[in-house]
Ligand binder design. Structure first.
Ligand SMILES: Nc1nc2c(ncn2[C@@H]2O[C@H](COP(=O)(O)OP(=O)(O)O)[C@@H](O)[C@H]2O)c(=O)[nH]1
Ligand SMILES: [Mg+2]
Length: 262
């Protein structure tokens, strides 16, 4: 069996047969020269297309280079991006976990920016951001998505008191040991999962750094304009209510401490 990787890459995937191979190729290329052990975990979120077969074929046919292993984790049915990321992070074996959308709109080459924050500056979480002065948005999202993104982030700041400019960028790096209690407590299964993790991070005292990254928006988004925006807002309100009602309990309680000793 492969030695425990330093880095796991969790990719939530819902019907990504058309977009996933280019992403996996870029990942393999990125690590080809480094020789480090990297584990890619594609989380099959109840795909009804050929995502799983496509990933399996890629993993089987890829000429061995570097030490990247590629596996698929299955949700059994469609549960949502948040559930998929949680499933992936809980099962990942690396000390560091990169969470990325299947289309890698933020290229893997920007990983060192996040590593700098977590490995060198001591943050538990580094989140890619498209909304900071130094962010490099080279291919923009559709105007309605940008507007929705800005509006949603404003509401998140208002409702939660968090200060981030862009909670929703699909490129985040976490220190697994520090975030395990957060992901264990997390309940949001769809697109507002990021808000919940950031909210719980503040509650648990896990330090978060927002890092400006590149964004070359890939076509083929599956986010639905109205239905998903409404869900995200509803879930954000629920996060705050759940917390007020004490439902998140003591983060970093017994299981997390036991983990830390392991
Ligand atoms: N739409 C959708 N995406 C999901 C789901 N579960 C996991 N995902 C993944 O979540 C990510 C969303 O990325 P994308 O559609 O490119 O969103 P965008 O870049 O924000 O427009 C992709 O990797 C999807 O495959 C789901 O149930 N619905
Ligand atoms: Mg995308």
């Amino acid at each position: 069996m492969q030695v425990r990787p330093r880095l796991s890459i969790v990719i939530p995937a819902f019907n990504e047969a058309a977009r996933i191979c280019g992403s996996l190729e870029a990942v393999v290329r990125h690590f080809a020269r480094s020789g480090e052990d990297v584990e890619v975990v594609v989380v099959d979120d109840g795909c009804t297309d050929a995502t799983v077969e496509t990933v399996a074929r890629f993993a089987a046919e890829r000429p061995p280079q570097g030490r990247v292993t590629i596996g698929v984790l299955r949700n059994g049915r469609n549960r949502g991006k948040g559930y998929s990321v949680k499933h992936g992070v809980l099962m990942a074996r690396g000390d560091l976990v990169l969470i990325s959308d299947a289309d890698f709109s933020t290229p893997i080459d920007d990983l060192p920016l996040l590593l700098q924050a977590v490995e060198k500056e001591g943050y538990g979480i580094a989140i890619g951001s498209r909304a900071l002065e130094d962010s490099r948005v080279e291919i923009r999202q559709a105007a309605w998505r940008e507007m929705m993104g800005r509006g949603f982030n404003r509401l998140v700041r208002l409702l939660t008191g968090l200060h981030f400019r862009d909670t929703q960028c699909g490129f985040k790096l976490v220190l697994r040991q520090e975030v395990l209690p957060l992901f264990r407590a997390a309940r949001v299964e769809r697109f507002a999962y990021d808000v919940e993790i950031l909210y719980l991070a503040r509650k648990a005292g896990v330090r978060v750094r927002e890092v400006p990254v590149r964004w070359r928006n890939a076509e083929g988004t599956k986010v639905r304009a109205w239905a998903d925006s409404f869900d995200m807002l509803k879930d954000t309100v629920r996060i705050v209510l759940r917390d007020r009602l004490g439902r998140y309990g003591r983060l970093g309680g017994e299981p997390a401490r036991a983990d830390r000793k392991a």
